[in-house]
Design a binder for this molecule. Sequence first.
Ligand code: SAH
Length: 218
Amino acid sequence: MKNFEIITLFPELFPGPLGVSIFAKSLNKFWSMKTHDLRTYGIGNKKVVDDAVFSGLPGMLIRPDVVMNCMQNINFTGKKIFLSPRGTLLTQKKVESLILEHDNFLLLCGRYEGVDQRAINYYDFEEISIGNYVIAGGESAAFVLLESLIRKIPGVVGNDGSFENESFVNDEISEDRYTRPAKWSVDNKIIEVDQILLSGDHAKIQEYQKNSRKKIKD
Ligand code: SAH
């Protein structure tokens, strides 16, 4: 059983995409999820969680003492991850090592301009980025990370064979793929799949697939 805890200012966003399909089916069977509402750890009556960035930079940051209030209350042990555009880029290799090495995950979702760096360092959050672009909050990044991790938990994806040919295994992205109808009528045209794929000749099919795979560009 893998456990995922999420610190967020918007717990209502969860389970989101994790509430359907293989995720819904495997929830509380192979994995569990719990959200912590960062707002409840805010300062004073108004539950303030943010303040202006020092050194005149524009914008607001989540305060370290607010993160502390939360961390002290939830008393988590396991792998801590802060979703951050400054982090190391998430790759399939990283996904696989994370799910292999850890059972308990704590994901911290930033908002505004992010989180005071002292809190990230003090609580030893590893910073992970989902790509070299900026989104508005860590929650969507957390979904990307969670989906990639949860689908690798044994038992979650029914047919384990589907992993063998998957993209990013062997530094390749999967081949072009086709299904029925073999002759597809569209706008007065017929588009057919390559006869090789219907030939039953496994050697030729493999060769065809190999040629349509793409190499990962770093
Ligand atoms: N001003 C910051 C971006 C803040 S975006 C900067 O220039 O770097 C607000 C929050 O969204 C971040 O704290 C982080 O939790 C999340 N976020 C934004 N882009 C992300 C990315 N590429 N990967 C992971 N999290 C991201």
